[in-house]
Design a protein around this ligand. Sequence first.
Ligand code: HEM
Length: 534
Amino acid sequence: ATIHDQKLHRGAGGELHQFAEDGKPVLTTAQGGPVSDDQNTLRVGSRGPALIDDFHFREKIFHFDHERIPERVVHARGYGAHGYFETYASLAAYTRADLFQRPGEKTPAFVRFSTVAGSKGSFDLARDVRGFAVKIYTQQGNWDLVGNNIPVFFIQDAIKFPDIIHSVKPEPDKEFPQAQSAHDNFWDFITLTPESMHMIMWVMSDRAIPRSFRFMEGFGVHTFRFVNAADESTFVKFHWKPKLGLQSVAWNEAVKINGADPDFHRRDLWQSIQSGAFPEWELCVQLFDQDFADTFDFDILDPTKIIPEEILPVKAIGRLVLDRMPENFFAETEQVAFMTQNVPPGIDFSNDPLLQGRNFSYLDTQLKRLGGPNFTHLPINAPKCPFHNFQQDGHMAMRNPVGRVNYQPNSWNQGPRESPVQGYRHFPAEEQGPKVRLRPESFADHYSQARQFYISQTPPEQRHIAAALIFELSKVETPVIRERMVSHLMNIDETLASKVGHALGFKSMPKPADAAMPTRQDLEPSPALSIIER
Ligand code: HEM
């Protein structure tokens, strides 16, 4: 045999394995063609112009030119890991979801942690909400619990989501600040949106600068429903409790860490999983019925409210263990598509107006971000249970109907059929009323739970909240916005308000804010402001 022959090997199926001179597989184009020279373009003479018939060069550069996809419109910076969910006990009395039926059963899962406001290249220790998005690949389809590390949200209605996000992202003319909330647009929106006050107290607290993903809680935020085999519904709130407990860093630590190692959180997750220290969370639920919900003076459909655990203790129903890093960040963590509307039979939605809007938004955004309707063909998004449907074609289709039939009903006795028994049945909640755009009165109290959160904090934690507010508001250049925020604080805790007000140079405190704020406010300084030294 010649040297040339020794570098070829034909496999059992007739496939040709070609090896380079050092025994490594031969580099090929995406079309499979072997490449002879990957260092020099094809030219006329060694100093002449490049030639368009260099198909290898064209393909290589073409592919590189198209490597980027849009970053997520929010939660752009994130880091994910694989693992499993293990059920503790049967929840058949509450839900017919298959994953909650058999104690000890493990279901594969993928989790992506994220910051909200910063871009994909921003730093990990920003003061920000953290995303805690869990995809559980159940035998009845994927269940996505797309949560945060804070149990409430800034707004009560999804129609305000573009506004809150625009206000927190870099300002449109300056394109900064990058990943911090300390700027006028954000505080302008917040102070004109009193429903955000509860969330703001959490965001100004140590919760917004976690030590690592492993020390964070996660929350489904909204009220969901469990629905059992008899079609009976129980309201449920989901909480992830970290086995390691809850830990944060202090602000001065966060600032230093961001400078020294902007990848601090992702490095921590990578290192702990690679070294076998697998992070773990318990999935806990608060279960209640309509009668119990009616005992509250807030609305369980309002995502700016919690149900205090002292009133309704959480019950652990399973655990989530993360034990494997993705093999490829882009293929898995970047292309994973979470969607709140991914629920298996036995889990259903409430009428929370934020949740209802999210159920529309996530499908829409994946189409844009992942480039077409076939993003469920990507391995990270594909179900891990048998699945059958008549969807076909579209960009990058990798699964098309096999055989003659791509519709139903059909006379050929081919293809899948719907099943009223096995299939997803929406809980048949009774609904009626006039079509209106109207916030219910039960959503009107924006301060009680903000106060409750503040007074539940230890004295050092309260000092951190005050320091964060002083720092943030001191960066706000428009005096009336500072004043407005202090007037909200007057409704939350007067001592906190005066601490912040004095640190900002106020000589007297403004009047407590009117909870029913107009959506637009005059920028003329108020009489109280005229005596403020700036
Ligand atoms: C992304 C949580 C409200 C639209 C995300 C992610 C999380 C999350 C964790 C990142 C998912 C990932 O890691 O890939 C939440 C929570 C909310 C909330 C807990 C309120 C309780 C909303 C609302 C909307 C919205 C009201 C729109 C009406 C989006 C969009 C993305 C996103 C468009 C980007 C998805 C992607 O490109 O993959 N959200 N979100 N979110 N969220 Fe939300």
